[in-house]
Design a binder for this molecule. Structure first.
Ligand SMILES: [Zn+2]
Length: 229
């Protein structure tokens, strides 16, 4: 089995994280717990490295405009991906569709742990394996990313990004903990298959972001201060 390496550009990493945190913080404009999943497409290129590994370089991530989102799922629109493919051929013809990403938001850390929320769900498997277009576009080698995230109740320690598993990065931003999981698809004996959560052949490279979190930095907005008379 070919070893795979997943590397994100600064822009792609920023867009995926921004999308996940924004969709989570939506709860502050609605009732508590009304955060939603979000997701979109991954664009870039695949190269064979001298080491023999297959490098998936994600140059750009685009956030879905028309996807139906709710608390526990996101349904991408195939029409949207088709439109974006055409636009991308004009804007960035050097990039091809690599796959998609989506988020797994959770209430808190015990929730993430009990659900192993950094992994993929039966629904994810069904959706990914059934997305004929992405398998066709990628020559049967799609890449999928899951960003799991939850707020932490306790003061956050100073933390740097680390490989939770080889295929999962773990890091903290403000009062959130996040896990970014790379899943690679391949075809064996005519069957579409996915890399597993444990014992994966996918290696996630560190994100090119300064993710050395400082204690005490929360992301929530504070109420506006009324100007003094
Ligand atoms: Zn999922």
């Amino acid at each position: 089995m070919t070893e795979k390496r997943v590397r994100l550009s600064l822009g792609a990493a920023t867009d995926i994280i921004m999308s996940g945190l924004t969709a989570y913080e939506r709860r502050h404009t609605k009732k508590e717990g009304s955060y939603v999943e979000t997701g979109g497409e991954l664009w870039g290129y695949v190269r064979r490295l001298p080491s023999g590994e297959r490098l998936y370089y994600v140059e750009q991530a685009t956030v879905s405009v028309f996807a139906r989102r709710d608390h526990e799922s996101i349904a991408h629109s195939p029409d949207e991906t088709a439109i974006k493919r055409k636009v991308m051929q004009r804007l960035r013809p050097e990039l091809t569709l690599l796959g998609d990403f989506h988020t797994h938001p959770y209430d808190d850390l015990p929730d993430v742990k009990s659900a192993a929320g950094w992994g993929y769900s039966p629904g994810d498997v069904e959706y990914w394996k059934g997305d004929d277009q992405v398998w066709e576009d990628t020559g049967n080698r799609p890449l999928f990313l899951i960003l799991a995230l939850c707020p932490l109740k306790r003061q956050i320690r100073e933390a740097q990004q680390e490989n939770f598993y080889v295929n999962i990065l773990r890091f903290e931003i403000g009062h959130f903990r996040l896990w970014l999981h790379g899943v690679a698809g391949h075809v064996t004996n005519g069957q579409r298959r996915l890399s597993t959560t444990t014992h994966s052949t996918v290696h996630m490279d560190p994100l090119p972001l300064n993710l050395r979190n400082q204690p005490g930095s929360r992301l929530e907005e504070r109420p506006p201060v009324s100007p003094k008379a």
